[in-house]
Design a binder for this molecule. Structure first.
Ligand code: ATR
Length: 278
């Protein structure tokens, strides 16, 4: 089975290692290659990939939207989100999927099932960029009472809000100041911005955070971000970003192979690898 990843930069990607473990789990032979591509070579790279008889490939920044014009079809999720992270060769037709949002959701369900026990839960998504789209769209399909958005730039939050197609779930767009004041009312807070990835900064003050809240950060380097460390100090539950990375890979692998795989046997080694890279 031939698999791969298109993006830039991807030299340090952990995906080849993850998919090698999944291939071993299902006892299949295969390779997962990195195709790092400059923007002006993107079309040529995709054309070459299609000649290689791959089973499928992943696609990451900055090409998750750009790939769409080069595919033969999209699944409904990818179409709504407007971004693709997984391409499957379906009898010569190249079909795009988005497993980011569903991967995030499945990871959350496995860790904190109480969030899905009724439809009264309130969620805050921080950030309105590319990484927030799949997560926000998917959360809005799961009957939470509210999925609010806090973002520095209000019109980007308003644009993201359009992805809420739910008749049940309400969305309000908030400034950071507004969100900080009402932080205590949320059951789940999801941090999707790149703030805190490299610097020792956190995007929002957590003074009003209450103990029974789940605080989630999609940044996985470091494993415990400044934001999560602060939340933990205040007694909240935390949900780390590397779980989303594993689950989106699991769903991509299942799309390619129709075989179920388990992320938990990978977890300890995976965490060591992230720590070593940090
Ligand atoms: P990604 O694809 O990683 O989500 P993006 O599309 O550039 O990247 O979005 C980055 C997100 O981080 C946005 O929500 C951005 O806020 P703006 O919409 O106001 O630009 C947010 N962000 C980035 N740097 C930030 C900072 N220093 N303070 C607050 N928010 C920041």
């Amino acid at each position: 089975m031939k698999l791969g990843l298109v993006g830039n930069p991807i030299k340090h990607s952990l995906s080849p290692w993850i998919h090698k473990q999944f291939l071993q789990q299902v006892k299949q032979q295969g390779d997962y290659h990195l195709f790092e591509t400059e923007e002006n070579q993107f079309i040529a790279t995709v054309a070459q990939l299609k000649q290689k008889e791959l089973t499928g490939f992943n696609i990451t920044v900055p090409f998750k939207q750009k790939i769409i014009a080069h595919l033969d079809g999209l699944d409904a999720n990818a179409e709504q989100i407007g971004a693709v992270n997984t391409v499957v060769n379906e009898n010569g037709r190249w079909i795009g999927y988005n497993t980011d949002g569903l991967g995030y959701l499945e990871a959350l369900m496995d860790a904190y099932s109480f969030l899905f026990s009724d439809n009264q839960k309130r969620v805050l998504v921080i950030g309105a960029g590319g990484a927030a789209r799949g997560i926000f769209y998917t959360l809005c399909q799961h009957k939470f009472q509210t999925v609010d958005i806090a973002n520095r730039t209000m019109n980007k939050a308003m644009e993201l809000k359009l992805l809420n197609k739910s008749k049940v779930t309400k969305t309000t767009c908030l400034s950071f100041e507004e969100a900080e004041k009402q932080l205590g009312q949320y059951d789940l807070i999801v941090q999707t911005t790149s703030v805190g990835m490299n610097e020792d900064k956190k995007v929002l003050a957590l003074d009003q955070l209450t103990k029974d809240t789940v605080v989630s950060d999609i940044v996985y380097q470091p494993l415990i971000t400044t934001f999560l460390a602060e939340a933990q100090k205040r007694g909240a539950y935390i949900h780390q970003g590397h779980m989303m990375l594993l689950y989106q890979a699991k769903l991509a692998f299942q799309n390619w192979t129709n075989r179920e795989v388990n992320v938990f046997p990978l977890l300890e080694d995976f965490e060591q690898r992230i720590k070593k890279d940090g």
